[in-house]
Design a protein around this ligand. Structure first.
Ligand SMILES: Nc1nc2c(ncn2[C@@H]2O[C@H](COP(=O)(O)OP(=O)(O)OP(=O)(O)O)[C@@H](O)[C@H]2O)c(=O)[nH]1
Ligand SMILES: [Mg+2]
Length: 451
């Protein structure tokens, strides 16, 4: 990589295990003082990657704890620096005492994520891998954990890098057409550039779909429940959550604020957002609730629009819902089918009949949500991803679409090359800073020296 981060000169230390009591508690130390800390606390530094049983002593050689010591010399360690692990007993008082001792020896308390940050700065991980570490720890379903593990092992980074190589190779080709413009070869005229550009666009769109599935796995599918008051929105939230998270009454206008509930439905992590029933109201508190309901919709992945079975959906009848008409995120639900004997489950028009009260039709709903997440049939995403990655891909897509216009409408190779460069740059943000040296190297190596 062409960016230089000054090597960290200080040594950081932190309790690496979760707070509270546990069988084992781990203190992790990274930096140049690792060996001297080992010598001071346990008497010697054990051979690399070998567990040694030792007493952990304070400044007066009194034992604070005892346990295993592990030493990982840099650069072949998690952070790329010398790393020491003290694995003692998992009590908060002992761990605090050992940490205090380590800090007395000249270490600094690590900030959140600082070990992984050092791993990134020392090129042990790229940016999206570093993010996958956090996603793996935060994973609330097995599918999410597996996807994060694949990102961590580089599956996502490799996809991005491979795509950037394709992009670079096309750009090299276009730059050549500019350099050779005075000769008789017209690189743009033979349709080769247009063909390769359209393949690139297809590949990037496919990568976007996969990244979005990865994002849903990592962050959860955001599912908003909207509809007229009293149709059973909060009842649905409670049924899916498996407990009474929301207040349910027969009084219309019960829910005032937006309620959030994270649930795992058949391995799919879902953030459920129960909103106030949307209607025109004079009640100032309910009005705020309705406004919040609308605000919630903006970044929802799926919008469940609930109506009473047999009653027209608010989407058609209520002007308040006008802006949702035709929105691809919509999924229509007809609740209280027990009162109408209406069809429960998936209907021909793609809507779903439910009786939340009797727990009917929920399977069909969960299946539909899996489908929306792109995870139907048990197929899981190849990797985990984040909104940041999706944003970068969207900007790269815009760059490529712009490039297509430069080519087809303006026939301007310089501007085309610029747009390809832009797309490459924004994609570079996904794994880490870009290196212009790479581009130069690629251009020079693929053309003969004679020119
Ligand atoms: N018969 C029948 N009643 C239901 C069903 N689902 C919910 N209800 C009842 O409908 C009433 C309203 O339910 P809620 O879940 O509070 O409705 P809501 O849409 O959240 O209402 P607001 O928060 O006021 O917008 C309650 O009395 C529920 O018990 C159902 O499937 N069948
Ligand atoms: Mg409610």
């Amino acid at each position: 990589m062409g960016f230089a981060v000054p090597p960290s000169t200080d040594t950081i230390a932190a309790i690496a295990t979760a707070p509270g009591r546990g069988g084992v508690g781990v203190i992790r130390i990274s930096g140049p003082l690792a060996v001297s800390v080992a010598e001071a606390v346990v008497g010697d530094c054990p051979p690399p990657r070998h567990a040694a049983y030792r007493r952990f002593v304070d400044a007066h050689r009194e034992a604070i704890d005892s346990g295993l010591v592990l030493y990982f010399p840099g650069p072949a360690s998690y952070t790329g620096e010398d790393v020491l692990e003290l694995q003692g007993h998992g009590g908060p008082v002992v761990l605090d005492a050992v940490l205090a001792r380590v800090l007395d020896l000249g270490c600094r308390a690590a900030e959140a994520g600082e070990f992984t940050r050092r791993a990134f700065e020392n090129q042990r991980l790229d940016l999206s891998q570093a993010e996958a570490v956090a996603d793996l720890i935060d994973a609330d379903s097995l599918a999410a954990a597996r996807a994060a593990q694949r990102s961590l092992s580089g599956a996502f980074s490799r996809r991005i890098d491979a795509f950037r190589d394709e992009l670079l190779s096309l750009r090299t080709w276009v730059e050549a057409s500019i350099d050779f413009a005075d000769e008789d070869i017209d690189f743009l005229a033979d349709g080769e550039v247009a063909r390769r550009l359209s393949i690139l666009l297809q590949h990037l769109q496919e990568l976007r779909r996969q990244t979005d599935r990865g994002r849903v796995l990592a962050e959860g599918l955001r599912v908003a429940i909207v509809g007229a008051p009293n149709v059973g929105k909060s009842s649905l939230l409670n049924a899916l959550a498996g407990h009474d998270a929301a207040i349910v009454t027969e009084i219309a206008g019960t829910t005032r604020d937006v309620l959030r509930e994270r649930v795992v439905l058949d391995g799919l992590s879902v953030l459920l957002l129960d909103t106030a029933g949307i209607r025109v109201t004079d009640d100032p508190i309910e009005q705020i609730g309705v406004q919040r309901a609308w605000a919630t919709l903006d970044d929802a992945d799926v919008v469940l629009v609930m109506s009473g079975d047999g009653q027209p959906s608010a989407i058609e009848t209520d002007s308040a819902f006008e802006r949702l008409r035709g929105d691809p995120r919509l999924l229509r639900l007809h609740n209280k089918c027990d009162l109408t004997a209406g069809v429960v489950g998936l209907r021909d028009d793609g809507s779903i009949g439910l009786s939340v009260l009797q727990g009917q039709g929920l399977d069909a709903l969960i299946k539909a949500l899996q489908q929306r997440a792109g995870l139907e049939g048990g197929a899981v995403g190849e990797f985990s991803a984040r909104r940041r990655h999706l944003d970068a891909i969207d900007r790269a897509l815009q760059g490529l679409e712009q490039a297509e216009i430069q080519l087809k409408v303006h026939q301007a190779p310089e501007l085309l090359a610029e747009d390809l460069a832009l797309a490459n740059r924004v994609l570079g943000e996904i794994n880490g800073p870009v290196d212009t040296e790479t581009l130069l190297g690629s251009i020079f190596s693929s053309f003969c020296v004679g020119k």
